[in-house]
Design a protein around this ligand. Structure first.
Ligand code: DAT
Ligand code: MG
Length: 201
């Protein structure tokens, strides 16, 4: 009983202003988005069917240099996804070593980090139904030589060492990467006016 009373007070201390709650859970929206807690998709969708999926998309330094940022954003907007975070920055080696932690032992790792730190990147968070899988399809195969025409890599790149864009490869990976590149308060919770035209939910 005491815990029930204390829980909202503690939440207010850590998340001032985050009073909006989900009817099912009583948990603030910021928490549902996984900035603090990484939920795996099956658990999240089973317990909270309206939890919104988010992914991290980054225009890499070659894409920024080649002025492709606008065209890449346009593809995601046109598809119906919602932009909820956007940053331009010069990534540090430390940040990239976290981002690419699974690739640290690969022979190409050092040249990958050199390339990724060669200039600014534009990092975005996009939200929408099945956004992780759909954006991987939109981005195309890692190796542009195998990427289909119509995909970002298939249309704008020709070599794996300069493949223009990053897209998270799983819901769990997206949650980890979003927390790495963005603070919770840098992500916008907003309603798209065409919401009911792009999805039933
Ligand atoms: P993806 O970016 O499609 O998720 P990944 O996670 O396997 O692919 O690799 C991350 C990046 O590393 C990739 O976008 C480009 C670079 N990379 C992957 N394989 C490579 C290779 N064989 N040679 C050079 N760079 C490579
Ligand atoms: Mg990857």
């Amino acid at each position: 009983m005491l815990q029930r009373r204390l829980f909202p007070i503690i939440l207010q201390q850590f998340y001032p202003g985050q009073q909006e709650t989900c009817l099912l859970s009583g948990i603030p929206r910021a928490l549902q988005h996984g900035h603090r807690y990484a939920w795996n998709r099956s658990k999240a969708t089973a317990a909270f069917p309206d939890v919104r999926e988010r992914t991290l998309i980054a225009v890499k330094p070659d894409g920024v240099q080649r002025r492709l940022v606008g065209q890449i954003i346009q593809r995601f907007e046109q598809r119906g996804f919602k932009l909820v975070g956007l940053r331009m920055l010069q990534a540090s080696e430390d940040l990239l070593s976290e981002h690419y932690c699974e690739l640290r032992k690969k022979s190409f790792y050092h040249s990958l980090v050199r390339y990724m730190t060669s200039g600014p990147v534009v990092v975005m968070v996009w939200e929408g139904h099945n956004v992780v899988q759909t954006s991987r399809t939109m981005v195309g195969h890692t190796n542009p030589a195998e990427a289909l025409a119509g995909t970002v890599r298939g249309d704008f790149s020709l070599h794996v060492s300069r493949n223009v864009v990053h897209a998270s490869d799983s819901v769990e990976g997206a949650q980890r990467e979003i927390q790495l590149w963005f603070k919770a308060q840098e992500l916008m919770d907003w309603d798209c006016c065409d919401k009911s035209s792009t999805s039933e939910k």
